[in-house]
Design a protein around this ligand. Sequence first.
Ligand code: BDR
Ligand code: CA
Length: 311
Amino acid sequence: MRLVVDSDGGIDDAAAIVWLCGRPDVEIAAVTAVGGNVEVRQAARNLRIILEAAGRPDVPVHIGSDPTDPAPHIPRPTFIHGEDGLGDVGLPDPRRGADADTPAVEVLVREMRRGASVLTLGPMTNLAAAVRADAGAARSSRLTLMGGSARAEGNARPSAEANVANDPLAAATSLAAEWATPPVMVGLNVTHRATLRETEFDSLARRQTAAAAFLYGPLSFYRRNAGTLCAEGETPCHDLLAAMAAVRPDVLGVEVLPVEVDTGGSAAWGQTVVDLRQLAWRRFSPPPRPTPAGSGPDGNAGGTGAAVAVG
Ligand code: BDR
Ligand code: CA
């Protein structure tokens, strides 16, 4: 598959990109940088470092934007990704700079038009701008996103996941676009359960590859605080799971369900509201309630249909 990866250059982003670079069935057309874990230019720098460590210095990195939605201020997660976004382990500068000539949005539109799939691992600011610039481009493309949750749980806010919480409007715009197939939403409800444990860290330490040696330092930093919302001894690697789901859809069970993003400034600002009741109602024929488009007075969720990872 041909893929554009849009990323905010953090440590689980690094694990995801290294994994993708090792897949013979994935052609990474480009990587686009968005602000999130770090400011967008630092994200672009990190993405160049990651691609070089993964043996793919030829993949271009294009610079996008920092989140544009005036969302509630989300502090930078330096306790998870470090000040530099890659665990402050003193990584040297990349040999090449990012491509400053072609902006991320232009690359996203071009690649979507060509039929490439999109994987977002950060706030969806660049993608929403691409969808606004060319509403028809999504029709030839497929989207997998790390973001949100099928349930009301959060890491950046009480019920909002960081990538969506940083730019709720961008997430809403991107999910509402007309994709070739329903966008696949890999949220905290699954990333907090499919975690890295002692065994995975031990095996990473034993691996003799340059990519494993590169990942070990940043992931050891990440491990200290990233798992505070998981079971003891477990570390989520959100973006890695989303990358796996983009390439191997069978790794997760998905259900097409209505999803609405709270963009309104309530306590649930940035929450992805998923109508899980539909799962129960599907057992009945006909189902007790229809699923109308848009929020209605009948108690049904509005929003667009997404393939939500549920297990
Ligand atoms: C997501 O937020 C970022 O901090 C991580 O890189 C991941 O994409 C997890 O909520
Ligand atoms: Ca990320």
